[in-house]
Design a protein around this ligand. Structure first.
Ligand SMILES: Nc1nc2c(ncn2[C@@H]2O[C@H](COP(=O)(O)OP(=O)(O)O)[C@@H](O)[C@H]2O)c(=O)[nH]1
Ligand SMILES: [Mg+2]
Length: 400
């Protein structure tokens, strides 16, 4: 699910229409507006850490060219999509300047406070970066981090060793942000030289498993070299740790987008009214089944998948009638549907595809269990989204 990404503006337009026409019941209108905001702006990736922790180098590596260089010292830097390479500078005196070119190549005013770099890089349409330097007293850092967590969709925490003071700072970040964040061990080449990397990873892995999506050692200078070399250096790109981080980050961006799109489609189908519902991009209908043995099982799977879809929609309608999603019953129904699906799959003759579908259903079941740990509205929405996602996955590669 990488580039080219789907243009979501028609979907956002439909959602907006549904919202402004007042068709969304009050319990879900907050959810709808939040979705609309998310669909209309790129996924925000915050790159946070102490001064000199390697944030600029990491962003440059992910962009595949030197954009910030050494020039963003201590400044909040946004890197976003724009028609031209341009830097907007905000000074302490409140002045705003526009300077064409790349931050790395220019002289910034002494009192620059914030910088916004625009680039005509199409990838930045989908996700933008913010370098967020943390400095000063712990309380001030805490404040900055809280704010970053509420604005950013994904946080890359940059650190050479994620020491105790950073751990206590990170502990205050809400779980919803931790679930979308990466611990990046920067300047990993230095740890490799000292022979300290394996022990450090071993120490941090249990913490990272709780607090982040994972721990990613990265040698950013080497990663950037690999990407800017005349001949592509895939080996170096991989061994720098850059490839793994960039791949997993892209997946996280895509997952967030796909979940927003699914939820928006669901809201439009439910509440958009008939004219909108018809034009809403619907989940593809299962292909008509030819009459033979293989087709019978395809049809039974299609029936199971259809059940997932209609069940999910029914739950939403019931939730509306009950005056808001009731986490408990919704989760229980999702669980039942996914178990039914597993049973249908178990009844089918074995094949690699059926096996893959079974695994997907099992993963889904495990994720649902996790959803059940938090019995709230978010968990219910996550569970329904999961079912729809699972259906889509299975539709793409029908077993049999
Ligand atoms: N050896 C090595 N040096 C790095 C790496 N990443 C950054 N540096 C150096 O560390 C210093 C601080 O990096 P920078 O990205 O400016 O840190 P920031 O203040 O967090 O933005 C610079 O001199 C970088 O060249 C790396 O992966 N390996
Ligand atoms: Mg920097």
């Amino acid at each position: 699910m990488s580039l080219p990404q789907r243009d979501v503006s028609p979907l956002a337009g439909q959602l907006e229409q549904t919202l402004t026409a007042g068709r969304l019941p009050s319990e879900v209108s907050g959810w709808g507006s939040q979705l609309l905001r998310r669909l209309r702006q790129p996924v925000q990736v915050a790159v946070a850490g102490a001064a000199g922790s390697g944030k600029s180098a990491l962003i440059d590596m992910l962009l595949g060219r030197v954009v910030i260089g050494r020039n963003g010292r201590g400044l909040l830097v946004d890197v976003c999509h724009g028609a031209q390479e341009m830097v907007e500078v905000e000074t302490a005196a409140g002045e705003r300047l526009q300077i064409p070119g790349l931050l790395a190549q220019m002289e910034l005013p002494q009192d620059a406070r914030r910088v916004r770099q625009t680039l005509p890089d199409p990838r930045l349409r989908w996700h933008s970066y913010r370098e967020l330097p943390l400095s000063g007293p712990q309380a001030a850092q805490h404040e900055m981090l809280q704010q970053a967590a509420s604005n950013a969709d994904i946080i890359l925490w940059c650190s050479q060793e994620f020491a105790a003071d950073e751990q206590s700072l990170w502990a205050t970040v809400p779980d919803s942000s931790k679930d979308h964040s990466f611990l990046v061990l920067t300047m990993a080449d230095r740890q490799v030289m000292r022979g300290t990397l394996p022990a450090l990873i071993e120490t941090l892995e249990p913490i990272a498993a709780e607090e982040f999506l994972g721990v990613y050692p990265v040698a950013a200078i080497q990663g950037l070299t690999a990407r800017t070399a005349e001949a592509p250096q895939d080996g170096l790109w991989r061994s720098s740790g850059g490839k793994q981080l960039a791949g997993d980050l892209q997946r996280q961006v895509d997952l967030g987008r796909a979940s927003d799109v699914d939820q928006a489609e669901l809201l439009i189908r439910q509440f958009g009214g008939s004219s909108l519902a018809e034009t809403a991009p619907a989940v593809p209908a299962p292909a008509p089944a030819p009459a033979n043995a293989a087709a019978t099982k395809a049809a039974s799977l299609a029936a199971a998948l259809d059940q997932l879809q209609s069940g999910a929609e029914m739950m939403l309608a019931e939730a509306e009638a009950a005056g808001g999603p009731q986490a408990g019953p919704v989760l229980a129904q999702c669980m039942e549907m996914i178990r039914n699906l597993s049973q249908s799959l178990d009844a089918m003759p074995a094949s690699a595809a059926v096996e893959a579908a079974r695994e997907a259903a099992q993963d889904g079941e495990e994720m649902l269990m996790l959803c059940q740990l938090e019995q709230d509205e978010d968990a219910a929405v996550d569970a329904v989204t999961l079912l729809i996602q699972l259906k889509k996955e299975l539709m793409e590669e029908p077993p049999g």
